[in-house]
Design a protein. Sequence first.
Length: 222
Amino acid sequence: MQGNSRRVESQQEGVHQKLDAIVAKYQQTENRRPVHAHTQRAFDEVMAWLGDWQGDVIIDSCCGVGQSTAGLARQFSNARVIGLDKSDLRVAKHPHYQSTAKNYIVMRADVIDFWRLLRRSLDDYPWQIKAHYLCYPNPYPKPSQVQKRWHASAAMPDLMALAPQLEVRSNWLIYLQEFAQAAAAYGVKCEITQVPPDSRAITPFELKYRNSGQTCWRLRRL
Ligand SMILES: C[S@@+](CC[C@H](N)C(=O)[O-])C[C@H]1O[C@@H](n2cnc3c(N)ncnc32)[C@H](O)[C@@H]1O
C-alpha cells in the first residue's frame, strides 16, 4: 500500500461529550436486531469447522483481507483463529495473503450479528475465546457519527462479553481513549500504548498509516 494516507481529522479534540450517556444507554438495552441470514450461515459454518475443538479460539474482527488472521494463526499455532469481515471484496482478496497454516478461517460476516451469536452460545461449546483483535476499525470521526464507533454502538455489550484478552488498534488516539472510557463502564480496564514503530505491520491499513508517517496505537485489556 502507498504512503499517502491522510491523518484522521475531526472536530473532536477529545472524548465525545455524550459518550458516557450513550454507553449507559446501550448497557441497559437489549439488542433486538434480527440476525442476517448470511451471518447465521457463516456462524454455522464456523461452528462446523471448529467441530469438537477443545482449545483456544482467537477472533480477528473486521479483518479486511485477513492478513492479520493469517499472522495470528502462525503466532498462535495451538489455537484456532477466525477472521471476520463484512466486505465480500476484501475477504475475496484473502488468497493473496494466505498462509500455509491450517488453523484459521476467514469468513464474510457482519460482526454485530456474529458477536451476538457467539455470546449466546459461549456455554454450548468446549472451546474458549482466548483473545479478540480489532484492527483499525473505521473511525467515523465526525462527532455526529459517534454511535457508529464500536464502543458507542449497540454491539458494545457483546464485544465486552467476549474475550479476556482484547486488542484494538487505531491511528486515531481519541478512538482508543473513548474505547477505554466506554470499557471502564463495564469494569474493564485498558491501557493504550504506541504500536512499536520497528515491529512488522500486521495489516494493510497499519502498513499504509506507517508509510504515511502516522503513529499507530493499540489498546489492550488489562
Ligand atoms: C479500515 S478497514 C480495516 C481492515 C483491516 N483490519 C486492516 O487493518 O487492514 C475496516 C474494516 O472493517 C470492516 N467492517 C466494518 N463494519 C463491519 C461489520 N459490521 N462487520 C464486519 N466487518 C466490518 C470493513 O469491511 C473493513 O474491512
